[in-house]
Design a protein around this ligand. Structure first.
Ligand code: BJW
Ligand code: ZN
Length: 289
């Protein structure tokens, strides 16, 4: 049967759910001005972002990979959460979830490294009515790490630093990445000793994100939530990167419902129960509230 786009039927299904997971991807942050990965309009047209997101790329050319991440850190620092982030943050408040799905718990899994969902949740929590007993918000797992974090390649210390735009003087002066058609020579070749260094041991820092071939974070908690979910909201992801790409299928295989919110059709979405095509910053709040 073709997926439904009925908001009424979706709300009925949500109301009956007992365990809801949301799996988000880059499309969630598109309206905040953050480029998606498989988007053709980005500055880094000359470089495929996927080919920079590997340990091999970092080993071969840490200067290039750091410039890519430095640029994205700067973009994220200037960005703000959008209506879809706030909708999911609101769903993370048990008192609000209870009005939509009275028997359900909620777990939010994001592949995004921009921390915009965490920022939206913190904002929503700050505005929350302070009653006598405030239940904790739903868990939020940033399974591909955070641009805000750095990891030392020597002592393995993880630190969070999104306050400083630049992690070292050399990156501060690299400017905008090359536009399409510009020569690769335009990319600065920063010597290793001038790239971000660990304040504890002097080792080379790397971005605190999960690259291809590395193990995503919080997998035990995520597997438990997905394994018991009876409703999966899939928001703004091409569902091409595993293990996240398999979560909707898993929920569906155990008899649960799947609702997809995406700008365009994605592989396998005809197997979903609900399909809301369009910008999730509109379709998600419209469908939920
Ligand atoms: C909108 C919108 C709007 C736009 N509204 N929608 C063969 C088979 C199966 C697996 C593998 C395989 N070969 C290799 C693997 C494993 C590999 C993998 O999946 N590869 C695939 C390419 C096949 N996976 C891994 O290596 C992972 N690790 C792993 O598997 O470890 C083994 C293990 C597993 C389980 C247990 C134990 C061990 C690690 C994956 C790490 C991915 N890292 C990246 C980079 C992170 C750092 C960084 O940001 O630079 O994560 S890659 C990149 O892709 C990033 C994203 O999180 C991820 C997913 O992309 P996403 O979010 O879906 O973005 P897009 O651009 O693809 O899609 C955006 C969507 O939004 C589009 O559909 C638009 O239409 C839509 N959209 N605007 C709604 N306004
Ligand atoms: Zn160190």
């Amino acid at each position: 049967m073709a997926p439904s786009n009925s908001v009424t039927a979706f709300r009925d299904a949500l109301r009956q759910s007992k365990s809801i997971v949301a799996v988000a991807g880059a499309g969630l942050s598109a309206a905040s001005g953050i480029s998606t990965f498989r988007d053709k309009g980005g500055y880094w047209k000359k470089y495929d972002p996927r080919s920079l997101a590997t340990p091999e790329a970092f080993a071969e050319n840490p200067s290039l990979v750091w410039q890519f991440y430095h640029y994205r850190r700067s973009r994220v620092m200037e960005a703000s959460p959008n209506a879809a982030h706030y909708a999911l943050a609101t769903l993370s408040l048990p008192e609000l979830l209870g009005t939509i799905a009275p028997q359900a718990n909620f777990t939010f899994i994001t592949q995004n490294v921009d921390s915009l969902s965490t920022r939206a949740l913190n904002e929503v929590l700050q505005k929350r009515n302070s009653g006598a007993t405030i239940p904790p918000p739903a868990p939020l797992y940033e399974m591909h790490g955070r641009l805000a974090d750095t990891i030392c390649t020597s002592c393995k210390r993880k630190e969070t630093n999104l306050a400083n735009k630049s992690l070292c003087p050399a990156l501060e002066t690299t400017g905008a990445p090359p536009a399409y058609g510009e020569s690769e020579d335009a990319v600065a070749d920063i010597p290793l000793a001038e790239l971000p260094q660990c304040g504890h041991c002097g080792g080379l820092l790397r971005p605190g994100v999960v690259w291809f071939g590395e193990t995503p974070l919080h997998l035990d908690e995520i597997d438990e939530a997905v394994g018991s979910a009876d409703m999966c909201l899939v928001v703004g992801t091409s569902s091409t990167v595993y293990p996240a790409a398999g979560y909707a299928y898993e929920v569906s295989s155990q008899g649960g419902k799947v609702a997809i919110f995406n700008m365009e059709r994605t592989d396998g979405d005809d197997e979903s129960d609900f399909l809301f095509l369009g910008p999730c910053e509109q379709t998600l709040p419209d469908a939920l509230f």
